[in-house]
Design a protein around this ligand. Sequence first.
Ligand SMILES: [Zn+2]
Ligand SMILES: [Zn+2]
Length: 288
Amino acid sequence: MKPTETVADSDIQGVKMKDNLVSEPFRVKPDYNLAVCILASGSKGNAIFISSGDTSLLIDAGLSGIEIERRLTSRGLDPKSLDAILVSHEHSDHIQGVGVLSRRYKLPVYINSKTQKAAVSQLGKLYDFKRFECGSMFTINDLSIHPFSISHDAKDPCGFTVNQNGTKIGIATDLGIATAMVKAHLKGCTLLILEANHDEKMLINGPYPWPVKQRIKSRIGHLSNEASKTLLNELQHDGLKHVMLAHLSETNNTPQKAFNDVGRALTRCEPRLYVATQDESGTILLLN
Ligand SMILES: [Zn+2]
Ligand SMILES: [Zn+2]
């Protein structure tokens, strides 16, 4: 398997894949609560499209504006349908296209104040911004958004849950450790998008300079496959239907390794398990 491919057609330990994937162009349909498409995931750029049909947003826009547009349209998604962009933290792999898209499509950017201060030069002038605080829920039309603090080397980084009509998506990438608060927020999700950044042995034996290895391994770095497995083991429940492994290192992990190692966590339920890719948009998941 090439490292850029989504693991999509195999089964592991009874985890069925492939169903519920949509290859046709996306259309607004009333028979789902939320549609999700990972446009990019990894250290070269991150963006997640989420839509209820009525309300569509991006969580992070860490590619150029034009590349985000290309990845949306490649899946039949219209950038003009976007209502907002949410920002998790100021690292450029999460904000590179935020300013351009905000201005081009007149989108409000939801961001906390420390992140905004840290990102001000990269963002440029925004069409509009709305402040949120980690820990305080807010709504965008029919979507309930709950940002929560994560442990990462940024000013005020956060994960998010997005809830619509009882369907809940939990997003936690760019975190060194999964704190009790992270676990509490990610309980009861229909879809979990979890970091599986590196294999610990590959990281230690790999080519990165030691200080970089130390940073990645630290409490404010990135989650290993092993740590992701432990987290997923705690979070699994009957209502968990999909798990997307995200923010994989291209140097210190492989999609197959992440899939195999983290997938072992799933002993009590059988969600579909996927690996998000860096180089192209994933397929659209429809959640009920
Ligand atoms: Zn990142
Ligand atoms: Zn980061």
